[in-house]
Design a protein around this ligand. Structure first.
Ligand code: ZN
Length: 156
């Protein structure tokens, strides 16, 4: 048994139409993550998004919303907040604005073109830093702690 081997994909079944959708890569990381605050996911047969509770894992028959609830019972409100989309959007926005403001100070006396380019660059770099901070300082470590695994794709 190589329990540490992270699976590459997993299938869920859309209860309404009965067909299975295989998720892999980043979609699998997000769907398997009970702290990702996913509300909807895609059925490849219907080619549309439906609420999480409309699906079961094909291998265990467990409803996805039950799976999320079962793996997050120990999460505190603060941990849920720190892993939420709101937190990510907030951190990205604050970080983008802070970086842009910081860069703007350096080029405040330059021409409009330089200032615009530097502002946009500052926003992008700041947003990237915010997203990285969110993942590596909040979402990933908290999710590992709450779910008890190093990768949520290992959860069953
Ligand atoms: Zn379907």
């Amino acid at each position: 048994m190589s329990a540490d081997l992270v699976p590459e994909s997993r299938a869920y079944r859309h209860i309404t139409c009965g067909s299975e959708t295989v998720v892999g890569g980043q979609s699998f990381e997000v769907v398997s993550n009970p702290m990702s605050s996913m509300e909807q996911t895609k059925c490849s047969m219907c080619n549309a998004m439906f609420p999480i509770s409309d699906y079961v894992w094909a291998d265990t028959d467990e409803n996805l919303s039950d799976y999320y609830a079962r793996h997050t019972t120990t999460a505190t409100d603060l941990q849920r907040l720190l892993c939420s989309k709101k937190m990510m959007v907030g951190l990205v926005a604050v970080s983008a604005l802070a970086a842009a403001a910081g860069v703007y100070v350096l080029v405040a006396n330059d021409d409009l073109f330089t200032r615009t380019i530097c502002l946009l660059g500052g926003l992008m770099i700041g947003a990237f830093i915010g997203a990285t901070l969110f993942l590596h300082v909040f979402a990933n470590p908290i999710t590992r702690k709450v779910c008890g695994v190093r990768d949520t794709r290992l959860l069953r």
